[in-house]
Ligand binder design. Sequence first.
Ligand SMILES: Cc1cc2nc3c(=O)[nH]c(=O)nc-3n(C[C@H](O)[C@H](O)[C@H](O)COP(=O)(O)OP(=O)(O)OC[C@H]3O[C@@H](n4cnc5c(N)ncnc54)[C@H](O)[C@@H]3O)c2cc1C
Length: 436
Amino acid sequence: MINNAAGDSADVVVIGGGVMGCSVAMHLAALAGSGTRIVVVERDPSYRDCATARSAGGVRQQFSTPECIAMSQATVAYVRGLAGQNPPPPRGEGSGVGGLPTQVVREDPHPRPLPARGKGDVAQPIGPFAFREQGYLLLASAAGAATLTENAELQRRHGADTVLIAPADLTARFPWIDAVGVAAGSFGASGEGWLDPALLLQHLRSEARALGVTFRAGAVTGIEREGRRIAAVRLADGTRIATAHLVDCAGAAAGAVARLAGVELPVEPRKRFIFVFDCRDGPPGLAAAPLVVDPSGVWFRPEGYQFICGVSPASDADEPDPEDLGDVDYDLFQDKIWPVLAARVPAFEAVKLTGAWAGHYDFNTLDQNAVIGPHDEVANLHFCAGFSGHGLQHAIAAGRAVAEQIVSGRLDTLDLARLGYDRIRRRQPLIERNVI
Ligand SMILES: Cc1cc2nc3c(=O)[nH]c(=O)nc-3n(C[C@H](O)[C@H](O)[C@H](O)COP(=O)(O)OP(=O)(O)OC[C@H]3O[C@@H](n4cnc5c(N)ncnc54)[C@H](O)[C@@H]3O)c2cc1C
């Protein structure tokens, strides 16, 4: 157990207490056992502006890289485990252990049970999670149909329950949709949907604390190196914490934190907006809709009779924007999103905008994919960042991978080596086609 690890030394310091920092800390504490001093330093314990709190909570298996598919599957298994449900039997052809991809899975894909807590530990059981398994429906125009089909085949080979839907069948299955301009659809029939990001964060934090992790309020403003090793972090209040390992889980600030250590990580904040609208007089079945992604990139999903929606900006309008999350671009809804919504779902023609918020993606400018694992030269500096809008659903597997690398020096469960720092050094992108 940690006594006063927040004092001046630790085995592992984790910068950032969002969903990644909490997952890394929880898995580390579970793998390394009691006596390992783990300190999570979080500059804003209210979590008001962090990406986790501003996420849409989406979980999908419709990715184009086996790693992203497997990481989502790990979250589905974890969340179902918390809810006391067994994962459904594997359906993919050629799937490996438990229906997960043979190339990526190393052994048991499901999280190891956490060790029993000691007397007096204080974890609050949180859950079962409301994992709304309503699926994702990705729509493609003629130009994107071949890629959608290829991706669906890959997903099925890796155990995902993706089904292709022809335009004629789309309206039979989802009568509220207008399929004009759609050449193909792919739908995740199980193991996709959305969950409450705040509950996931609370759960991971609570588990980590119960396993002895110390959470400390403070901003890391300096990182001391001794040659090729990190020696300590410095907080804004002057505190110095010496550490054997440092993990950068600073979300959109992960690139800035890496610079404190004198290394490069191409991660920067990119602002994204989520709009909320009301459609309580919609047709039957609309409240049970999946998350729909239009060929234009506009997406929406229900939240009861309210809906949330958004769109990624064009790349030439997508500049780093670290400040002012209070400033929402309402023109984006009026000019770009609403016309698409109204054309795709006629019931959305007369919707009422009821709210909006902004958040920062932790955007990896090389390939919009995560960087998971140690720096190639500063070996006790680890990254778990750059998820570029799909990190919530990958936090369980990513946190476990970082913990495994710190504790055993290798990736024991999932082979996420292609997401390591090496590709950053070589400037060799690992392209994930399905970034939303
Ligand atoms: C609008 C929006 C919608 C999204 N929708 C989805 C979705 O549907 N599905 C999905 O999977 N993902 C989604 N994401 C992405 C997902 O939310 C993130 O990838 C994930 O939450 C990242 O977690 P994190 O812990 O790395 O970052 P964060 O949650 O941002 O946490 C990082 C923490 O580090 C702290 N920190 C930063 N610098 C320092 C420092 N110097 N010292 C101390 N602390 C520091 C910050 O205060 C922050 O709390 C979305 C993101 C946004 C913004």
